[in-house]
Design a protein around this ligand. Structure first.
Ligand SMILES: Cc1ncc(COP(=O)(O)O)c(C=O)c1O
Length: 256
């Protein structure tokens, strides 16, 4: 057993755990040896240049992710029937979702080159953050609103600057402008109609925010229930605008 080659004192408390040896200098790194031990306390003597590290699955996870409260999922819906009826389930689907984007272009009137298909708005929110944010970058959130923006920002190591909505749930555009000037956030997530209150962001407010040096992500998950038109077409005019739409509310298809 390689423990006999070590010098120094290391205490390990373990329930059937693995111990690996790692030498401190890269040039003298030697092949790790691993052993399984039953619940016991270990006092191991090791050589000066050798440290012992207890490796658990969690040790690989970024520390700030370990601090997040776990997401509480609902039970998944039955999808096996649909999957079972797929013609070529063993072939990777088109990564560019060309047929779907062509259909969406027809439905929305916006050309397909402006459209990116994702696995629900949730995935797109996360993808946007991963593309845009470096750790410690700032994101503006306007609560009360959909909580995934805050959650995904935490997952992506970003800082959330909250600009609460006014008592009538409208956006505090002046405060948003101040925050953008002072905190230099990279992006802002806006929801219209808003979850939970259903309030709509006016053209005037949206145009003022689009004039700021910030990426604006406008989440229109509930637009079909509002009686107003989507701002999808606005992306042609405003380079800093992304509009999110989803089938999950419009068609009750939470898996698309
Ligand atoms: C405002 C808002 N955006 C996005 C989503 C998530 O959409 P999807 O089901 O497409 O991931 C929700 C879900 O509740 C939502 O309320």
């Amino acid at each position: 057993m390689c423990a006999s080659r070590f010098m120094g004192l290391v205490d390990f408390q373990s329930t059937s755990s693995s111990l690996c040896t790692i030498k401190s200098s890269a040039s003298s790194y030697h092949r790790p040896c691993c052993h399984s031990f039953q619940r016991t306390q270990w006092r191991v003597t090791c050589m000066a240049s050798t440290v012992q590290v207890k490796v658990t699955g969690d040790s690989f996870i970024r520390p700030h992710l370990l601090k997040l409260s776990p997401y509480q999922p609902i039970l998944p819906f039955e999808v096996f029937e649909a999957l079972g009826s797929m013609k070529f389930p063993f072939v990777y689907p088109d990564p560019e979702s060309r047929r779907l984007r062509a259909a969406l272009a027809q439905d929305s009137g916006l050309e397909s080159e402006y459209i990116l298909a994702g696995c629900g708005a949730d995935e797109l929110i996360d993808l946007i953050m991963r593309c845009v944010l470096d750790p410690d970058d700032k994101v503006v959130d306007c609560p009360p609103t959909f909580t995934m923006y805050e959650f995904d920002a935490a997952v992506n190591g970003a800082l959330v600057v909250k600009v609460p909505r006014k008592s009538d749930f409208s956006l505090d555009v002046e405060l948003i402008a101040e925050v953008v000037e002072q905190e230099k956030p990279k992006c802002i997530f806006l929801t219209s109609p808003n979850n939970p209150d259903g309030s709509i962001i006016s053209d005037e407010a949206l145009l003022k925010i689009l004039d700021l040096p910030i990426l604006v992500v406008l989440d229109e998950a509930y637009i079909e229930f509002s009686g107003i038109e989507s701002r999808m077409q606005w992306v042609k005019k405003h380079e800093n605008l992304i509009v999110l739409r989803t089938f999950s509310k419009r068609a009750g298809m939470f898996i698309v």
